[in-house]
Design a protein around this ligand. Structure first.
Ligand SMILES: Nc1ncnc2c1ncn2[C@@H]1O[C@H](COP(=O)(O)OP(=O)(O)OP(=O)(O)O)[C@@H](O)[C@H]1O
Ligand SMILES: [Mg+2]
Length: 277
């Protein structure tokens, strides 16, 4: 890990009726993968949206590369090298891969879009990432995993210095996650600051250097990943000690009447021959 590239301090943000961020602190160093963890609704995405100019903070300070910074929109953040790969995919299905990557900033030849250059530049991006995607393919014909890779290529094409992955793995296969981790390791080697949001503890242990935990919009703490156990992290997330051992006895009397019983339930590939009562 290198020097600190980004410091968020005392960040506060409310939506009508929701105190989404309550004086949150967060820091990223160059050459670091920093996990942001917390239960659903803890404020992880909101914090990163405040960073990248999608939302404006109510108070607090953001220092990026030594300077007090406030981005007013994602364009400003991108131009400064702070990019986010969103939880939701943001690609246009009917456009090609290359068109999606360069949307809004297409290379021009005179007054016309320089398709050839756009395709060449896309090819080069994919080469750097070691992934095989045809830039001429329509986005909607790619798997979700490949679309995610395009989002990443697009992010990197902005000369990113800080890159935020908001639950990138949710829709990826195991092979695609392995590819993604290769890319992240490579970005770390290139000294980028990387934020990795995920609920999957195994991934956090595999790919991250530090972990910051949030709970109910608040900052709980920051740990060094290799010095922490999964239980340490979970305890910080939920705010109470979790007992891993299953309970031996049910609180419900054995002769209580059954109110719902399911047998041999099938629904698609994921649900097969399920029984519960
Ligand atoms: N645009 C918005 N308007 C109103 N409330 C919002 C908005 N965005 C987020 N919130 C609220 O702020 C809180 C934090 O949400 P956020 O999406 O940051 O959580 P998260 O940690 O990313 O959760 P998840 O793991 O489910 O993605 C939640 O209570 C959410 O409902
Ligand atoms: Mg989120």
């Amino acid at each position: 890990m290198g020097e600190v590239i980004l410091t968020m301090k005392d960040i506060d943000k409310s939506f009508p009726g929701v105190h989404a961020l309550d004086h949150v602190n967060f820091e990223v160093k160059r050459g670091e993968v920093h996990a942001l963890m917390g239960e659903n609704g803890a404020g992880k995405s909101t914090l990163m949206k405040v960073l990248t100019g999608i939302y404006q903070k109510d108070s607090g300070s953001i220092v990026y590369k030594g300077q007090e910074t406030e981005f007013h929109n994602t364009r400003e953040a991108q131009d400064a090298g702070v990019v986010i790969v969103h939880q939701e995919l943001n690609m246009v299905g009917d456009l090609t891969v290359a068109q999606n990557i360069f949307i809004g900033r297409e290379p021009k030849k005179g007054f016309r879009i320089d398709d050839k250059k756009m395709i060449e530049d896309s090819k080069k991006l994919f080469q750097d990432l070691n992934i095989e995607i045809n830039p001429k393919e329509k986005m909607k014909n790619l798997t979700v995993g490949k679309q995610q890779m395009c989002e990443i290529a697009k992010a990197i094409s902005h000369k990113a210095e800080v890159i935020i992955f908001d639950e990138p793995s949710a829709a990826l296969t195991e092979k695609e996650i392995a590819d993604l981790f290769e890319i992240i390791r490579d970005l770390r080697k290139k000294n980028l600051g990387i934020v990795y949001i995920s609920h999957r503890m195994d991934e956090i242990k595999t790919i991250t250097d530090r972990v910051t935990v949030m709970r109910d919009g608040g900052y709980v703490g920051t740990l060094i990943t290799k010095d922490s156990t999964k239980e340490d992290i979970i305890n910080m997330m939920v705010g109470r000690v979790i007992y891993e051992d299953p309970k031996q006895e049910s609180a419900v009397p054995a002769d209580a009447p059954v109110v719902l019983k399911v047998e041999h339930l099938n629904a698609g590939k994921m649900v097969q021959d399920v029984a519960l009562s």
